[in-house]
Design a protein around this ligand. Structure first.
Ligand code: PLP
Length: 400
């Protein structure tokens, strides 16, 4: 018996059974569906990509996995070298783990221990954003602010060590003024808050955050598990504003295998690098640096560069803006577009009940949640397919 995610098992409707997948399409026994969710935003190359498959098969001929404790191997060395040269500035130190949640845990642990290694135990407060989502493990739920996870608050009460602020500069300045002596780090999903409702905000907020973090010596963490690899129309938001720690996941392996990485800059790494054994980072997921995951991640980045994915993403944004231009409905609160993400927020969640089946019948797989009807398509989608996804969204309002 499978216990499915985010579902009341008693009332859950039967999930669609996928029997094959190719390009942007998922196949059920009798249907061909465009995947407008990219398997939780990870399958940026679509499915059954020959070059990605080959990368995994080649490595599989050698070995699938060896641990990183006392051992190393070419796929993990090559991927970390690639990330080091590909990521901005001195974001050079790659700590691998098996999921985005764990990689965020590692980032928070790094930030906390960074100050402890410096002899400061006062810096315990994590500043985070309202509506933040950073994963489903306990510390990530605590720094998150997602309405679905508030049972944690009911059980434990609100943590004294986490402060949530809205994405406005006044609130940001106020929080730094009030808490700076005890502030450890500021963690954000930069520019685009995904699971909290595809909320978009301005780069000026992040620029000001960087200044304040510098002024008060607070570490800035970008959780780019969702936004990384082009989703916002920037390769990484870290290309625009530099964090001290960057977390990547989801699209890292092109949606093939669960893997993530926490990348630290020189300053953070140096906070651990000394003769004191107690200053080591005591963390080590069993499957960190998995050889199949690293092989496919490296190939995924190569494809991203070789086929100029940034221009594909710009194209997706251009077509999306064109198709959504002039579209409105009194039930819609706002239509938000950024890069390869489009979200229709409705006033009443009831408005989009039934949309999944409506889309399914028209050959599109969609998974709206709460008040949010969105698409985060694979970047390899062609114009006709993308127009179909967007038209299906508009038709729902026009026909209901
Ligand atoms: C999905 C997500 C995570 C968690 O990643 P998992 O691999 O599901 O553990 C963390 N942060 C953000 C911003 C995410 O979108």
């Amino acid at each position: 018996m499978i216990w499915y995610p985010y579902q009341q098992m008693k009332t859950m409707k039967t999930p669609y059974k996928i029997t094959d997948a190719q390009g942007v399409y998922l196949y059920t026994q009798d249907k061909k569906l465009i995947d407008s969710v990219s398997s939780w935003w990870s399958a940026i190359h679509g499915y059954k990509n020959v070059e990605l498959n080959n990368a995994i098969e080649n490595q599989l001929g050698k070995f699938a996995h060896v641990m990183l404790g006392g051992l190393t191997h070419e796929p993990v060395e090559k991927l970390s070298e690639k990330l080091q040269s590909w990521l901005p500035a001195d974001l050079n130190y790659c700590f691998f783990s098996d999921s985005g949640s764990v990689a965020v845990e590692v980032a928070l642990k790094m930030a906390l221990q960074y100050y402890i290694n410096k002899g400061t135990t006062k810096r315990t407060i994590v500043l985070a954003l309202e509506h933040a989502y950073h994963g489903d493990t306990f510390k990530t739920m605590e720094v998150g602010d997602d309405e679905d996870y508030h049972f944690v608050l009911k059980a434990y009460g609100k943590s004294k060590n986490v402060v949530h602020i809205p994405t406005n500069i006044e609130a940001l300045e106020h929080a730094f003024a009030k808490y700076h002596k005890n502030l450890n780090c500021f963690i954000v999903e930069p520019l685009l808050q995904g699971a909290g409702g595809m909320r978009m905000y301005d780069i000026s907020f992040l620029k000001r955050a960087r200044q304040l973090c510098d002024k008060y010596n607070v570490l800035l963490i970008f959780d780019e598990v969702a936004t990384g690899f082009g989703r916002t129309g920037n390769r990484f938001v870290a290309d625009l504003v530099l964090p001290d720690i960057l977390v990547l996941g989801k699209a890292l392996t092109g949606g093939y295998i669960g893997h993530a990485v926490t990348v630290a800059n020189e300053k953070v790494y140096k906070g651990f690098y000394d003769d004191n054994a107690d200053h080591a980072l005591m963390h080590g997921p069993t499957f960190m640096g998995n050889a199949l995951a690293c092989s496919v991640a490296l190939k995924s980045i190569e494809l991203f560069e070789k086929y100029d994915y940034m221009s594909k993403i710009q194209n997706i944004e251009r077509i999306t803006r064109r198709e959504m231009n002039g579209f409105s409905d009194p039930r819609i609160k706002e239509i938000r577009i950024m890069g390869a993400c489009v979200c229709i927020e409705v006033h009443d969640a009831q408005t989009i009940k039934g949309y999944q089946q409506f889309a399914y019948d028209r050959g599109v797989f969609s998974r709206p949640f709460l008040n949010y009807l969105y698409a985060m398509v694979p970047y390899v989608i062609n114009e006709d397919e993308l127009v179909k996804v967007l038209t299906t969204m508009k038709d729902w309002f026009n026909e209901n």
